[in-house]
Design a protein around this ligand. Sequence first.
Ligand code: HEC
Ligand code: HEC
Ligand code: HEC
Ligand code: HEC
Ligand code: HEC
Ligand code: HEC
Ligand code: HEC
Ligand code: HEC
Length: 316
Amino acid sequence: MSGEAGKAGKSERPGSGKRKGFCGSRFPVPGSRIFRLFAAALFVSVSCPGLLSAKQTGCLECHSGLLRDKQGKAIHSPVAAAECLSCHQPVSGKRHPADKGSIALVIKGAALCLSCHEDKYKQRFPHGPVAGGSCLFCHDPHSSGNRMLLKKFGSALCFDCHDRSLANGQYVHEPVGYGECTACHDVHGSAYRRLLKQNFSEAFYLSYSSANYALCFICHNKEIPLDQRTDTITGFRNGDRNLHYLHINKADKGRSCKACHDPHTAGQERLVKESVPGFGKWDIPMFFTKTATGGTCVVGCHKPKSYDRKNAADYR
Ligand code: HEC
Ligand code: HEC
Ligand code: HEC
Ligand code: HEC
Ligand code: HEC
Ligand code: HEC
Ligand code: HEC
Ligand code: HEC
C-alpha cells in the first residue's frame, strides 16, 4: 500500500456504487440548464457531501501529523487522497476545533467500512470481533506501520485476545513460530470450523479421505498417507512400511492427524502431543522418543512400539 500512499486525486472505491442514496444515480431536474446544474450541485452537496467536497486539504493544515508522522508507512487510500469527509463530517452549528463534538463520523461502526468495502464478512463461522462490527479492534482507519492497516504485527494482534500459551510450547509449528496465524485461519470468518482456510475434520476417528485434512495439504505432501510402502515420502515408517498410512488410511477407524500432532505447538518433537483423549474425561498420556533413524512411542499402559527406517523393528 505504501506505493499508493502519495497518490493524489480521488481514490477509487472498491465495490463502488455500493453507497445507497442518490449518490451515483442520475438526477433529472426540469427547467433551464443553469438551474439544473445549480440545483443538482446543491442537492448532491447536501445529500452526499463525500462526492463534491470529500477532498479536504484544509483538515490537513492542522492534522498533517496524520500523514507526516506516518512516512514510509501504509496509508489508507482515502486518507492519502485527503478525502477526510468521506468518513468525517462537520456537525452543524458547532465550530471545529473550538467546540466539543464538532466533527462526527459519517456512519458509525462497520457500516462505515462497508460503505466502500465489499461485505464478505458474513460467513458460516464468523469471528467474534468481526461479527460484532469492531473493525477498529484490528485496523487503524488512517495508517499503520503494519501491512493491511493492522494495529499490531503478526500474531501479536491475535494475542491481544487469545491465550499466548497456544504458541508457547517447546516445539512450535513453523508458520506459528513466524506469527503467520493467517496462513491457516481466515480472520474475517470462514466456511470451515475454527475459522480454518480449508477443511480439517472435527472427528478424531474417521474413514480416510484427503479432503478431511485439506488444510494440512496446503503445505504438506498429500501423498504422506497414500502409499502403503515407501522409503521417501515420510519419516514415519518402519523400514519401508508407511506408518502414516497404517494409522490414517483406514475405511473405518482411521486416526486424524490431531490424534498425534498439535497444529500449533507441542511438548515433544515433531509436534507430537503429550496425551490423547481417552474415555470420558480421561486423557491417555503419550510419550514419544525420537532417534536418528526412527522413534519409540508409549501410549498409556501399552508396551512401547518402536519404528526404525534403517533396521525395521520386527512385529511378526
Ligand atoms: C484549525 C485547525 C484544525 C482544522 C482546520 C481541523 N481540525 Fe480537527 N482538530 C483540531 C484540534 C486542535 C483537535 C483536537 C481537539 C481536542 O483534542 O479536543 C482536533 C480534533 C479532531 C478530531 C477528533 C476529535 C473530535 O472532535 O471528534 C477529528 C475527528 C477531527 N479533528 C477531524 C477534522 C477534520 C475532518 C477536519 C477537516 C474538515 C479538521 N479536523 C480540521 C484542529 C483542527
Ligand atoms: C476511512 C474512513 C476515514 C477517513 C478517510 C479519515 N478518517 Fe479520521 N477517523 C476515522 C475513524 C473510524 C476514526 C475513529 C473514531 C473513533 O475511534 O471513535 C477517526 C478518527 C480521527 C481523529 C481522532 C483520532 C485520531 O486518530 O487522531 C482525527 C483527528 C481524524 N480522524 C482526522 C482525519 C483527517 C484529517 C482525515 C483526512 C486526512 C481523516 N481523518 C480521514 C475514519 C476516517
Ligand atoms: C471512502 C471509501 C473507503 C472507506 C469508507 C473505507 N475504505 Fe478501506 N480502502 C479504500 C480504498 C480505495 C482502498 C484501497 C483498495 C485497494 O488497494 O484495492 C482501501 C484499502 C483498505 C485496506 C487494505 C490496505 C492495504 O494495505 O492493502 C484495509 C485493511 C481497509 N481498507 C480497511 C478499512 C476499514 C477497517 C475501514 C473502516 C474503518 C475502511 N477501510 C473504510 C476505501 C475505503
Ligand atoms: C481480528 C482482527 C480483525 C478484525 C476484527 C477485522 N480485520 Fe480486516 N484484516 C485482518 C487481518 C489479519 C487482515 C490481513 C489478512 C491476511 O493477510 O490474510 C485483514 C485484512 C483486511 C482487508 C484487506 C484484505 C481483504 O480481505 O480484503 C480489508 C479490506 C479488511 N481487513 C477490512 C475489515 C473490515 C471492514 C472489518 C470489519 C467488518 C475488519 N476488517 C475486521 C484482521 C481483522
Ligand atoms: C478483539 C479480540 C480478538 C482478536 C484481536 C482476535 N480474536 Fe479470535 N476470537 C475472538 C473472540 C471473541 C472469539 C470467539 C470466542 C468463542 O466463540 O469462544 C474468537 C474466536 C477465534 C477462533 C475460533 C475459535 C473457536 O473456538 O471456534 C479462532 C481460530 C481465532 N479467533 C483466531 C484468531 C486469530 C488467528 C487472530 C489474529 C489474526 C485473532 N483470532 C484475533 C476475539 C479476538
Ligand atoms: C498450520 C495451521 C495453523 C496455524 C499456522 C495456526 N493455527 Fe490455529 N488452529 C489450527 C487448527 C487445525 C485448529 C483446529 C484444531 C481442532 O480443533 O481440530 C486451530 C484452532 C485454533 C483456535 C481454537 C482453539 C484451539 O486451540 O483449538 C484458536 C484460538 C487458534 N487456532 C488461534 C491461532 C493463532 C492465534 C495462531 C497464530 C499464533 C494460529 N492459530 C495459527 C491450525 C493453525
Ligand atoms: C502454511 C503452511 C503449513 C500448513 C497449512 C501446515 N504446515 Fe505443518 N509445517 C509447515 C512447515 C513450513 C514446516 C517445517 C518444514 C517441514 O518440516 O516441512 C512444518 C512442519 C510440520 C511437522 C514436522 C514438525 C517438526 O518438528 O519437524 C508436522 C508434524 C506438521 N507440520 C504437521 C502439520 C499438520 C498436522 C497440519 C494440518 C493441521 C499442518 N502441518 C499444516 C507448514 C505448514
Ligand atoms: C499415529 C500418530 C500420527 C498420526 C495419526 C499422524 N502423524 Fe504425522 N508423524 C507422526 C510421527 C511419529 C512423526 C515423526 C516421524 C519421524 O521423524 O521419525 C510424524 C511426522 C510428520 C511430518 C514430518 C514429515 C514426515 O512425514 O516425516 C508431517 C508433515 C506430518 N507428520 C504430518 C501429518 C499429517 C498431515 C497427518 C494427518 C493427515 C499426520 N501427520 C498424522 C505421527 C503421526
